[in-house]
Every structure is written in structure tokens, then in C-alpha cells.
Design a protein around this ligand. Structure first.
Ligand SMILES: [Cu+2]
Length: 193
């Protein structure tokens, strides 16, 4: 049965146009709650830059939490921080790669924005509510994913080629692997404290 499955995968890959690769697999995050908060992305590709999306990405402040807890964006993307609580909120980061931004204080229904200009794993905090913490990860390529709770992830639409695939988690050590994508390509990771 396994052989038949493998053959089917090979046939499927052969039938696809050359450029249609993907990177998929599982990240085992030892000591973390499954795959939650795990970011997988393709690192900088020499000689390639990517135009950021015109559309802003939203991070919602609701119930005294940031949602999502980890947001990943392409460098150059603007993130709108939307306050959906009756309480006023702030967002600031102490990270230099995020210009140590501090967006002030705003009310329900309002939002403030920040544009990530360079690669950064920024901690997001609110100076009104010390328990509020989240992360925004700005990465150099549009090839990224956040793993599902079971640790599985898929980055679709990756052109065939050689890349460095990186993994980031707020509390665990980073990891990376050199990967040659040729059609659907499986890459698994294990990260720990
Ligand atoms: Cu707050």
C-alpha cells in the first residue's frame, strides 16, 4: 500500500508544472503546546525581493488579548492593531528591528498601524495591561505558514529551487534546514528549549 501511495505522489508531482512546489511537514515543539505559535518560513533568497501586499494585516485586541497571538507577515506589510474592547489599549515593542514603536492609546473601534520595515520577531505589549503579550514576525519571503495545533504546516506555491527553511517559536530555539524544493517537498523539524 505504501509503495502505491509513493508512486501516486511521484505521478502527481510529475504531472504538475515545474514551478508548483510546496513545503509541508510537521514541527515537533518539545515543551510547547503542540504546534501553536510555530512559524515556518523560507529565509532570504539571494537577489530576490518581494513587494509587500497592499492589504493590511489585522491584529485584534479583544478580551484583553491579542488575536492572533502570533502573526507572521512579509517585510513591508502594514499591521493594523484594532481595539475591540471597551477599555483603551496601547501597543508597543521594545525591539530595535521594529523601531521600538509605541502607537499611543486608542479606544474601541479605532486602530493604529505599524509597517514592518525589516526582518523582525517583535514582541508586542500593551502598556495598560501588562498581561497582554503577542508576537509579530516579519519575514523576507511570502513563503510562510503558522503550524496547526498538531504541528502540521503547509507553505503552498513555492517555486522549485534551493532555500533555507526556518522555524521560529516565541519560547523555543530557532532551527533551519537547507531544502531543495522539487514539487511537493516534506520538511520536518524538532525544536526545543
Ligand atoms: Cu491593553
Amino acid at each position: 500500500m505504501k509503495k502505491i501511495m509513493a508512486l501516486a505522489v511521484i505521478l502527481t508531482a510529475a504531472a504538475l508544472p515545474l514551478a508548483a512546489g510546496d513545503i509541508h511537514g510537521t514541527v515537533v515543539a518539545a515543551g510547547a503546546k503542540g504546534g501553536a505559535d510555530v512559524v515556518v518560513y523560507v529565509g532570504r533568497i539571494d537577489g530576490k525581493t518581494f513587494a509587500p501586499p497592499a492589504e493590511h494585516t489585522k491584529v485584534i485586541q479583544k478580551g484583553m488579548r491579542f488575536n492572533p497571538h502570533v502573526q507572521v507577515v512579509l517585510v513591508g506589510t502594514t499591521v493594523d492593531f484594532v481595539n475591540s474592547d471597551t477599555a483603551k489599549h496601547n501597543v508597543f515593542s521594545v525591539d530595535t528591528c521594529a523601531d521600538k514603536f509605541d502607537l499611543g492609546l486608542w479606544s474601541q473601534g479605532e486602530s493604529k498601524s505599524y509597517t514592518f520595515k525589516r526582518e523582525c520577531a517583535a514582541t508586542l505589549l500593551c502598556n495598560v495591561h501588562p498581561e497582554m503579550e503577542a508576537f509579530a514576525v516579519a519575514v523576507p519571503t511570502p513563503y510562510f505558514a503558522i503550524a496547526a495545533a498538531d504541528g502540521s504546516y503547509e507553505i503552498a506555491g513555492v517555486p522549485n529551487g534551493s532555500y533555507t527553511v526556518k522555524v521560529w517559536h516565541p519560547r523555543l530555539k530557532k532551527a533551519e534546514q537547507s531544502v531543495t524544493v522539487n514539487g511537493p517537498t516534506e520538511v520536518n523539524f524538532e525544536i526545543k528549549k
